[in-house]
Design a protein around this ligand. Sequence first.
Ligand SMILES: *Cc1c(COP(=O)(O)O)cnc(C)c1O
Length: 369
Amino acid sequence: MAWGAAAGYPARMSPPPFALHLAAKRSQRPPDGELVFGRSFTDHMAIVDYDAERGWFDPRIVPYGPLALDPAAAVLHYAQTMFDGMKAFRGDDGKIRFFRIDRHCRRLHDGATRLCIPPVDEALARAAIFALVSADRDWVPSSAGTSLYIRPTVIASEPFLGVRPANRYTFFVIASPVGAYAGEAFSPARILVEDKYVRSAVGGLGGVKAGANYIASLRAAEDAKARGYAQVLWTDAQEHTYLEEVGTMNLVVRIGDEFVTPPLVGSILDGVTRDSVITLLREWEFQVSERPLGMEEIVSAHRDGSLREIFGCGTAAVITPVSALGWKGEDLVVNGGEPGQVSRRLFDAISAIQYGRAPDPHGWTTLLD
Ligand SMILES: *Cc1c(COP(=O)(O)O)cnc(C)c1O
């Protein structure tokens, strides 16, 4: 059955079931202690195809394996592709919980227009994720700090070298068990403030998880690593003054008792963790401002001692404290190089909800069954 606006499929109807073509042989999940982010994948993947006549069609779970792509497929030449990244957790009660699955599916849906990709209906994306994790539930690890990383992706598969939106696509979902950040959990990172390269500009693709953003960031990240920094802090494309994001995480800075995070003006991603952090901070009665934050303000807060915490936030590590900012040949050390108090409290609070150890008053988690 077709699925999608092009085929006149009504939105909000429940998606068609995924046909199950299960692997004849299951492979062994690596021991929890040996899991490396994004290196091993579960036994299956979810796939749905799209063409202009049928909309999204043929939803299915198949054994994990290579895709057959024509070398002229548009994605391979013009990067017409986007993805999302979310996690499922095995709770202390043994149950599997997705964290904010609806918000991730909505972001995948909403970002498609910018890339001229036909949006994947939120209910279809959700059904794909459920079908995959149900088939591969044994792959959700259970040791402390582990999880199953889920990667929904859309690629333009039409073989055509003309520059225009493709009219054939593949939506797939793969999943990878990930370990606790062994030894590095919550370890503070030195970050270089980037004043040469640009990841994205207002009006560009920065608000979407487009593959092209990540390739645009590699040169700067490699140069920063060569200089002894873990990542870069992106600044605005015009003046290299206003702070945007830390690598592939959203940025939060505590000055005195105000928490500042850059506004969603199109050049930065609307992170699910960012939203969770803002929600918790407001509940804890901290002042949170979504406003531009310039390096001048950081330097003066550092000088007068009111620069108390800086952290990045994102699905992969939840909260990554920043120990120092490299800026104009100097290191501005934050909180004596130690993680801030509230950074730690946020990490603990969000993790507790993800693993079902704490109540979930916002309905952020969804049980697999
Ligand atoms: C994915 C991502 C984030 C974090 O978003 P989450 O939804 O919290 O994982 C932030 N910035 C960029 C550039 C990203 O790709």
